[in-house]
Design a protein around this ligand. Structure first.
Ligand code: FES
Ligand code: MG
Length: 591
């Protein structure tokens, strides 16, 4: 007679079935009874699966997760697990002041405490709006219990008078038209509101779609999960399958540390280029990698990402929105192209239980207007371009949104392709920009470069999406719709500006941007990857004696703690020192 080996003890059994601590076990069990859960369920050695609920009235992009969680529960139950749903710290990109970026690390901290301190064997991470995805995956990496991402999916496509209008992108585009006097304020508002026709997150390839695509590219969600529109029936089916799979992950002991490896992050960097992904992917990937114990350097973006062509014809780099992208095959179809071109590590393990190569089998796109073949892309070399110089050690530029007009005006001077100079106009934060951009005394013309500082993690605090500054109205009226911009802040993933951003170290940390002055000449070399102010060392020394530009004081306790602990954008703006806490679930917390 063969004996079946005893099932490995679950983490949750230390709470609910601990013979050495009868008193504590009683305490742990009793209050779960008060909504009808039975001791038999909790004590049967069935995996306890958390549903990290990111939806609420305060997070409209993720709110439908409140409904989807019902299907997640069904899946968990059908696979023999017990679901326990709990709220995470709300992250609503468009509404949180002074910026939602401040709260990513707070949400991370909160989720780490919940996953570590409560009896969970595995977790379903509900994601959607920009920072809900990285904060959840950062926490999953730190705690390292079996985890799986359920994306919420984008809203349905927005339409206005026969045109596709995409989240965020429509705002930046209408703002230019409004500034040029082509539309009224009411038309601006109406068009913008029509970009949001249903539940779901931004329907452009902004930061939300990008980060959910990255979760899938990392292998942390089921194949095809990221792009399913929030309102489609497939979304509920994906919720059910994700719940089921969460239980199996516990039995297989498949953990984030098995999946979120360096090859997986390099795959994600390539996917980000191919989809024309958000520049916010850079700090978020840096942060997730750091918590996973994986080293991702500035050079990796250039080495592995830059040469990848743009394959997704989706706004802001392209034309279409989330529904069409999903119907064209979504992230697996993009990855299929990269696979065929030999650009992916196919051996990476994923939450499906198969490796990435097996997941992508047969996933070729049939809609070539939306997902282009690797050999005939929308644009060659669409990854982030990494820059350095005396203004910063590190900054990136999103090349997939460089327009023909921009290319002609700045990058194609015969004899010095890719190199241009201009006069800097420097703004200290966005209030300063708004107050002065249309000041006729400010002599901004088509040879100017707009610079913003005080917008990084320390300066703002939290780092703001303000670098995509538009030219003064008088230039817009002359048809000059963009100027080169640079700064130590970020820009919205939905913006179509080729800004130089995420500059590190930021001005508030004593980076070179602190010493630039309006009127300085700037030299930007997009071939050599340099960005310098043409100012003598003696003059820079003189300016340094004037001290750093002022930044606002911390307004909340968390702002102060954030500033005391945050790293620079190049390093993911993580909590300094937090990366040493890794795989903490391996050791049980004390009673
Ligand atoms: Fe939440 Fe874009 S504002 S997804
Ligand atoms: Mg944003």
């Amino acid at each position: 007679m063969t004996k079946t080996p005893p099932k490995p003890r679950l983490r949750s059994q230390d709470w609910f079935d601990n013979p050495d601590h009868a008193d504590m076990t009683a305490l742990y069990l009793e209050r779960f009874m008060n909504y009808g859960t039975t001791p038999e369920e909790l004590r049967a050695g069935r995996p306890i699966i958390g549903i990290a609920q990111s939806g609420s009235d305060l997070s409209p992009c993720n709110r439908h997760h409140l409904d989807l969680a019902k299907r997640v529960r069904d899946g968990i139950r059908d696979a023999g697990g017990i679901p326990i749903e709990f709220p995470t710290h709300t992250l609503f990109e468009n509404c949180k002041r002074p910026t939602a970026a401040l709260d990513r690390n707070l949400a991370y901290l909160g989720l780490v405490e919940l996953l570590y301190g409560y009896p969970f064997d595995g977790v379903v991470l509900t994601t959607g709006c920009d920072k809900t995805t990285p904060s959840a995956l950062m926490a999953a990496a730190t705690v390292d219990i079996p985890a799986i991402v359920l994306s919420g999916g984008p809203m349905l496509d927005g339409w206005h008078e026969g045109d596709l209008v995409g989240s965020g992108t429509v705002i930046w585009r209408s703002r230019r038209k409004y500034g040029a006097g082509e539309i009224t304020r009411e038309e601006f508002l109406e068009t913008a509101l029509e970009s949001a026709p249903s539940v779901g997150h931004c329907n452009t390839m902004g930061t939300a779609s990008t980060m959910n695509a990255i979760a899938e590219a990392l292998g942390m969600s089921l194949t095809g999960c990221a792009a399913i529109p929030a309102a489609y029936r497939e979304r509920g089916q994906m919720a059910y399958r994700t719940g089921k799979r969460a239980v199996e992950l516990v039995h297989e002991d498949l953990r984030p540390s098995d999946i979120m490896t360096r090859p997986a992050f390099l795959n994600a960097i390539r996917v980000n280029a191919a989809i024309g992904g958000s520049t916010n992917a850079q700090p978020h990937i840096a942060a997730m990698a750091k918590h996973a114990g994986v080293e991702i350097t500035a050079k990796d973006w250039q080495t592995y990402g830059y040469d990848i062509p743009l394959l997704a014809n989706v706004q802001p780099a392209g034309k279409y929105l989330g529904e069409r992208f999903h119907r064209a095959g979504g992230v697996p179809a993009i990855m299929w192209e990269l696979m065929e071109a030999g650009k992916l590590d196919l051996s990476c393990r994923t939450v499906t239980g198969q490796n990435m190569g097996a997941n992508l089998e047969g996933r070729q796109s049939s809609d070539r207007e939306v997902i282009l073949p690797y050999g005939a892309p929308m644009m060659e070399r669409a990854g982030f371009f990494v820059l350095t110089g005396n203004l910063f050690d590190f900054a990136i530029m999103k090349t997939s949104v460089i327009s023909e007009d921009f290319r002609r005006r700045y990058l194609t001077t015969p004899g010095s392709e890719g190199v241009f100079e201009g006069t800097a106009f420097v703004f200290d934060g966005s209030e300063d920009y708004h107050a002065r951009i249309n000041d006729p005394a400010l002599d901004i013309d088509e040879h100017s470069i707009l610079v913003i500082r005080g917008a990084g993690p320390l300066g703002w605090p939290g780092s703001a999406e303000v670098v995509n500054m538009q030219p003064p109205d008088r230039l817009l009226k002359r048809g000059i719709t963009s100027l080169p911009t640079l700064g130590d802040g970020r820009q919205s993933g939905t913006a179509d500006s080729p800004s130089i951003l995420n500059a590190s170290p930021e001005s508030a940390a004593g980076g070179g941007l602190a010493w630039i002055r309006t009127g300085d000449r700037l030299r930007i070399d997009l071939t050599g990857g340099r960005c310098d102010m043409l100012v003598s060392d003696a003059e820079l020394d003189r300016r340094k004696a004037e001290g750093l530009p002022k930044v606002p004081p911390s307004a909340t306790p968390w702002q102060q703690l954030y500033r005391e602990t945050v790293t620079q954008m190049q390093d993911g703006a993580t909590i300094r020192g937090a990366e040493k806490f890794r795989a903490i679930s391996r050791k049980l917390p004390r009673h």
